[in-house]
Write a protein that binds this ligand. Structure first.
Ligand code: ACO
Length: 328
């Protein structure tokens, strides 16, 4: 059997209405719009309200996909949900969404691969299609990161935002679909980007609340270096596995963490910036949701059209990284 086994069918996304600018951070943190824009390329991000739960955002994105595909929740065989900021720790976010959507025929599970989550989730969905476990796999990537970031830590607070994206994965038609996948992990570097407390080893306690160790901690400079190297590695391997070169790509959608990482990735891959989709300026880093939101925007604004070749490239906590080449 040869690829493509599976294609992405329809897209959707959701962004909370509340826009938070860089200037708002400078009112309570020692930072500035200039620093944030120069170092990250971020101008603003979306911040969810209490009512905009991870599941609500995921549902909004999923409903767009269902509307576009003409499927009903009962047609969904599986829900694969990528998130690092679920509404609660047990059961999985996917189970809650399955209930809210009324997708009672769907098996549902989460993928925990942080910012690489959407690519990992698509890979899992592709496997379910290829092995005929499912006909329609709803892939959702949603984050409510502003709930798990430390608003008093300028080295992380200014970077993240909330939102959701979704797509349906089905059997490939007309040669369209996933041409290659490359996934990698280096768990030995976990502590450069992690949430130390709140899990079973360090369950909630007064101490934990005091030292803020249930929030995201990041060694930014080290993560930056690893992200540039890993995303370059991922692009090379995914292109090679697809039997393609950079010149064959119509669009690169990289994880939107930092414009400097995006530019370095594009430069390494040999993709000019006019073929790179960028929305980090408007959303900041929405972790697993970042490529999914960018994909929906790229489709809706006509940057990605049927038959074009697009590469996703991601890097996140774990460290996890990966790339996927798709004929749209
Ligand atoms: N405002 C002003 N100054 C700041 C801020 C801020 N918001 N944050 C840090 N600084 C200061 C630092 O304290 C440091 O000051 P010092 O020189 O006096 O010590 C100085 O700016 C430079 O700090 P660096 O960390 O070296 O700055 P850098 O250019 O590396 O930018 C950044 C920091 C933006 C975090 C960058 O390292 C980065 O983007 N890292 C990667 C993040 C990422 O990609 N994450 C992806 C995965 S996320 C996930 O998986 C959930």
């Amino acid at each position: 059997m040869k690829r493509p086994f599976a294609e992405l069918w329809g897209t959707g996304s959701y962004a909370p209405a509340r826009v938070m600018t860089n200037d708002e951070f400078s009112k309570f943190l020692e930072t500035s719009d200039q620093w944030i824009q120069e170092r990250t390329g971020i101008r603003e991000r979306r911040v969810s309200s209490k009512e905009e739960t991870n599941a609500c955002m995921g549902k909004a994105a999923a409903l767009q996909v269902l509307q576009e595909t003409g499927l009903t929740p009962l047609d969904v065989d599986a829900i694969v949900y990528a998130t690092a900021s679920p509404d609660r720790l047990l059961p999985s976010q996917a189970c809650d969404l399955q209930a809210i959507l009324g997708a009672k025929n769907a098996a549902a599970f989460d993928v925990g691969a942080a910012c690489s989550g959407f690519v990992y989730a698509l890979s899992a969905a592709e496997g379910m299609i290829a092995t005929e476990q499912a006909e329609h796999v709803l892939v959702i990537a949603a984050e409510k990161l502003t709930s798990i970031m430390d608003w008093s830590d300028r080295t992380t607070a200014v970077l993240f935002g909330d939102g959701a994206g979704a797509t349906m994965v089905r059997r490939s038609t007309n040669g369209r679909g996933i041409l290659s996948v490359y996934l990698k992990t280096d768990g030995t570097l976990a502590e450069l980007l992690y949430r130390p407390g709140g899990g079973a080893t360090h369950p909630p306690s007064e101490e934990l609340l005091k030292d803020h160790s249930y929030y995201i901690k990041m060694a930014g400079r080290e993560v930056f270096k690893a992200a540039v190297l890993s995303m370059a590695d991922a692009c090379d391997h995914a292109l090679e596995r697809a039997g393609l070169s950079a010149g064959d790509l119509d669009l690169l959608i990289p994880h939107q963490a930092n414009i400097r990482i995006i530019e370095a990735t594009a430069k390494h891959a040999g993709v000019p910036m006019d073929k790179v989709y960028v929305n980090v300026d408007r959303f900041g880093n929405t972790s697993a949701a970042s490529i999914a939101i960018a994909l929906d925007e790229a489709v809706k604004c006509g940057r990605l059209k049927p038959g074009m070749v697009v590469m996703f490239c991601a890097f996140g906590a774990g460290f996890t990284w990966g790339s996927m080449v798709v004929r749209w």
